[in-house]
Design a protein around this ligand. Structure first.
Ligand code: AMP
Length: 283
């Protein structure tokens, strides 16, 4: 596996691959890789000849007072695990490589509507940062396939819309959420949980599962279920941000014809913000 920090080298490499008619996949990450990321790399390998994993803690998707400075970073360990799994390239650029004109003067891309609620509402500018960096990474890697996790479900829909709306010739693939034994969705941020908070964190998934079972059983009192879940999360020491039952396809409020739902949730434990979601029926 090649570890690259400069985009020129990567551009040369991908153009050689393209010259050989090889299919290229990108797996964008912020590093500190865990089994969730590696499952996406394996999905990419099944759908392409070459896999480029990017590792970049993107400053433009963090708001003021968020955890950019304490976001875990572990490039050496990431290199080892990606070598084991057989990725072709780990691209870990510097900020100045990704934003040659500086962050303040950077060109931005923005997806409306889908970004208004949930993480978009609580983290203003977050999705502009995500979409803008993804466009920059697409421009360097020129992938045929891009792989994202269902873990960040709103982000997945936003990227799909970006690609559909701009007509980018890239297939978006989604990998299922990989969880710890107690159900907590794997996340690089879990490392920043205290021991006590780590125990509590599994409650988020338990509430998602519980609401999911009720919907499955025919309960359509969405508001009641949402309020109850939030108050249970508060009782267990979490600070719930949103817990919302929506249509799977477009994140709108479920209409009477809805047959597929997604429950989106975000909650904080101390300084760590967790997000998770649950699909009904399960995929
Ligand atoms: P991140 O490094 O957290 O920005 O995540 C990079 C990619 O990995 C995103 O597409 C995430 O949705 C995905 N991802 C993160 N955690 C998980 C997980 N537990 N299971 C599956 N995919 C994940």
């Amino acid at each position: 596996m090649r570890g690259l920090r400069q985009k020129e080298e990567l551009i040369q490499l991908v153009s050689a691959w393209r010259g050989n008619a090889e299919r290229i996949a990108i797996v964008p990450t912020m590093g500190s890789l865990h089994e969730g990321h590696l499952s996406l790399v394996r999905l990419a390998q099944r759908n392409a000849d070459r896999v480029v994993v990017t590792s970049f803690v993107n400053p433009t998707q963090f708001g003021e007072g968020e955890d950019f400075s304490v976001y875990p970073r572990s490039l050496e360990q990431d290199t080892i695990v990606l070598q084991e799994v057989g990725a072709d390239v780990l691209f870990a650029p510097e900020v100045a490589t990704v934003y040659p004109f500086g962050i303040n003067d950077a060109t931005r891309v923005s997806v409306p509507v889908l970004t208004e609620e949930f993480c978009g509402a609580s983290r203003p500018g977050h999705f502009d940062g995500v979409v803008s960096v993804v466009m920059r990474l697409f421009a360097v890697v020129q992938p045929h396939v891009a792989v994202f996790g269902q873990k960040d479900y709103q982000q997945l829909l936003v990227i799909r819309r970006l690609v559909d709306d701009l007509g980018l010739p890239i297939s978006i693939l989604a990998g299922p959420i990989v969880r710890e034994a107690d159900g907590l969705a794997m996340s690089s941020r879990n490392q920043n949980l205290s021991n006590d908070d780590r125990q509590t964190a599994a409650k988020l998934y338990q509430q998602l599962q519980h609401a999911g079972q009720e919907i499955q059983a025919g309960n359509r009192h969405y508001g009641v279920m949402e309020r109850r879940a939030k108050s249970s999360l508060s009782d267990s020491g979490m600070d719930p941000e949103y817990f919302s039952i929506r249509q799977f396809t477009d994140l709108r409020m479920p209409g009477p014809q809805c047959r597929k739902w997604v429950i989106l949730a975000a909650a904080s434990l101390g300084k760590v913000r967790l997000i998770d979601n649950f699909t009904i029926p399960s995929q």
